[in-house]
Design a protein around this ligand. Structure first.
Ligand code: HEM
Length: 446
C-alpha cells in the first residue's frame, strides 16, 4: 500500500464531524488532501519548533512542582489523568498561545471540553456506524450525528477563530502553531481577513534532521511518491486553518498523554532500565539546567525507551486505507472501494517480528539493533506519505514527550504501588488503547 500509494491515498469516507471539519487533513481525500498536507509540511520545520523550548519547559517546571507535592504526600498517581493535564498545558501554549494551568485548575473550560471530547464509548451508536456500517454515514450526517460532541467542537472552533482574529487584527506575533499556519494562509480570505501577520524568521531551520526523532522517523517509511505530493503554492483558507488547528489539538492531546502514561508505567515496573535511562540523560545534560532540542536529540537511550513503550502500547491500535482502483497483490485481488485495516497493535505484539513481544526491552531500538527491525512492523505512527503528521511534519511531539520525561527523571524516581497492575490490563476504545484500570505509579524525590 505504501509502494502503490496512488491506489491507497484515502481512509474510509468519514465526513461526520460537520462541514468545517471536512477541511481537516485527516478526513480530506485525493488532491485536496495532497494540497493541504503539502502546505503543512514545510510550515513546521523543527528549526522553528526549536523556538518553543521555553514554552514547553515552563509547563514542565509547573509539572515538577506539582509532582513534588504529590511525592511529599506519598500519593498514588494515575498516569493518563496526570499527563492529560500537562499535555493540555503544552498544546494550549505551543499551538494556541494560550496559557492555561489545567494541572492546578482542572475545572477550566479548556480542560473540561478537551476531556469531554474524548469521553466516548465503544457502545456509542456513532462508533458502531463508523466501524460496522460505513455506508450509513451520509444518513448519520444528515441526522446531525457527530463523532465529537457538537458543543465541544464548537467550543474549540470558536476559541481558535477568536485567536486568529486577534492575531490578524492586532499584528501580534507569537511563536506558536497558529502563527506558523497563518503564514500559509491566503492573504485575502472570503471570511473578511485582510492579511496574515508575518512570522518572525530569526531562527534558521538548520537543525531539522538532528532534532527530528532519531529512530521512529526511520521506521515509519515514506515513499518515492512523496515528492510528487508537494504543492508549495497552495494557500490555506480560514476554514482550513481552523480545521487543522482543531484536529491537531484533538489528535495530539490523547495520543501524547497515552505515550507518556505507558512510558512512565514501563519505567516504574522496570527499575533497572529506569536507572540506566536516568544516568544516560545526566551524561548529556551535564551543565545544562533545562533540556532543549539539541540535548534531546543526543539522548539515544531515551529514544529507544520511548519507541519501545510505543511498540508495546501503541496509543492508536489500527489504521486503514481505502483502495481506489481494483488492485492485485501476489494473486490477492482487492476490489475498488475495499477498506484495508492495518492492525497496528497486533503487528507490534507478533512474536514473528518481535521475540518475547510482551517484554519491555528498549535494546530492540538500540543503534546496533534497529537495522534488524523488519520494515513496516513498527507502525505506531502509520506508514507512507499519509502517516502521522505529528510524527513527521510537526516532528515536535516525540521531543515533547522526551522533554517531559527528562524533567521527571531528573527529579523523581518512578515506583510501582500496590495499585500497579503487572501486566497492565488494556482496553481498546474505538481505536485508542488505554490502561483499563489506570496506570498507577508513585513518585519519590531523588
Ligand atoms: C504519540 C503520539 C501519536 C501517535 C501514536 C499517533 C498516531 C497516528 C496514527 C497511527 C495515524 C494514522 C497514520 C496512517 O494512517 O498511516 C495518525 C495520523 C494523524 N495524526 Fe497522529 N499520532 C500521534 C500524535 C499526533 C499529534 C501530536 C498530532 C498533531 C499535532 C497528530 C496528528 C495526526 C494527523 C493530522 C493525522 C492524519 C494525517 C493525514 O491523514 O494526512 N498526531 N497518527
Amino acid at each position: 500500500m505504501v509502494k502503490d500509494f496512488p491506489h491507497f491515498v484515502n481512509r474510509r469516507y468519514n465526513d461526520i464531524n460537520g462541514p468545517l471539519m471536512d477541511n481537516a487533513v485527516n478526513d480530506l481525500h485525493d488532491q485536496r488532501w495532497k494540497d493541504v498536507r503539502s502546505v503543512l509540511a514545510p510550515t513546521f520545520t523543527s528549526g522553528r519548533l526549536k523556538q518553543m523550548n521555553g514554552l514547553i519547559n515552563e509547563c514542565c517546571d509547573n509539572l515538577v512542582s506539582n509532582l513534588g507535592k504529590l511525592a511529599d504526600e506519598q500519593v498514588d498517581v494515575e498516569g493518563q489523568k496526570l499527563f492529560r493535564t500537562v499535555t493540555l498545558d503544552i498544546i494550549a501554549s505551543t499551538f494556541f498561545g494560550t496559557k492555561i494551568d489545567s494541572q492546578n485548575d482542572p475545572k477550566n473550560a479548556f480542560t473540561k471540553k478537551a476531556s469531554e471530547a474524548f469521553n466516548f464509548s465503544l457502545l456509542d451508536p456513532i462508533f458502531i456506524i463508523l466501524f460496522l456500517f460505513p455506508w450509513a454515514l451520509p444518513l448519520a450526517k444528515k441526522l446531525g450525528m457527530s463523532a465529537v460532541k457538537k458543543e465541544n467542537l464548537d467550543f474549540f472552533v470558536k476559541n481558535i477563530n477568536e485567536i486568529i482574529k486577534l492575531r490578524t487584527e492586532s499584528n501580534v506575533v507569537r511563536r506558536d502553531f497558529i502563527q506558523l499556519m497563518l503564514k500559509s494562509m491566503k492573504s485575502a480570505d472570503p471570511n473578511g481577513l485582510e492579511k496574515a501577520p508575518a512570522i518572525s524568521e530569526d531562527l534558521p531551520a538548520t537543525v531539522t534532521d538532528q532534532t527530528a526523532d532519531i529512530i521512529s522517523h526511520e521506521l515509519s517509511v515514506g515513499s518515492a511518491h512523496e515528492k510528487s505530493l508537494s504543492n508549495a503554492n497552495y494557500k490555506l483558507s480560514l476554514d482550513e486553518v481552523v480545521a487543522q488547528a482543531v484536529v491537531f489539538f484533538l489528535a495530539g492531546f490523547e495520543t501524547t498523554a497515552s505515550a507518556l502514561t505507558f512510558l512512565t508505567y514501563s519505567l516504574a515496573v522496570n527499575s533497572d532500565i529506569q536507572e540506566r535511562l536516568r544516568q544516560s540523560i545526566e551524561e548529556v545534560m551535564q551543565d545544562r539546567e533545562e533540556p532543549d532540542y539539541d540535548a534531546i536529540a543526543q539522548m539515544q537511550y531515551l529514544d529507544a525507551c520511548v519507541n519501545e513503550a510505543l511498540r508495546l502500547y501503541p496509543p492508536v491500535s489500527r489504521t486503514e486505507r481505502e483502495c481506489n482502483e481494483d488492485w492485485e497483490y501476489k494473486g490477492l485481488k482487492i476490489e475498488k472501494g475495499s477498506v484495508i485495516a492495518v492492525p497496528i497493535f497486533a503487528i507490534q505484539r507478533d512474536p514473528e517480528f518481535w521475540p518475547n513481544p510482551e517484554v519491555f526491552d528498549p535494546e530492540r531500538f538500540s543503534y546496533e539493533n534497529k537495522k534488524n527491525i523488519k520494515p513496516y512492523t513498527f507502525d505506531t505512527f502509520g506508514q507512507g506519505p499519509r502517516n502521522c503528521i505529528g510524527m513527521r511534519e510537526l516532528c515536535i511531539y516525540l521531543p515533547i514527550i522526551k522533554m517531559v520525561m527528562v524533567h521527571i527523571l531528573r527529579n523523581f524516581r518512578i515506583a510501582p504501588t500496590a495499585k500497579t497492575e503487572i501486566p497492565l490490563t488494556l482496553s481498546d476504545g474505538a481505536g485508542f488503547v488505554y490502561p483499563k484500570n489506570g496506570a498507577w505509579v508513585r513518585l519519590e524525590r531523588l
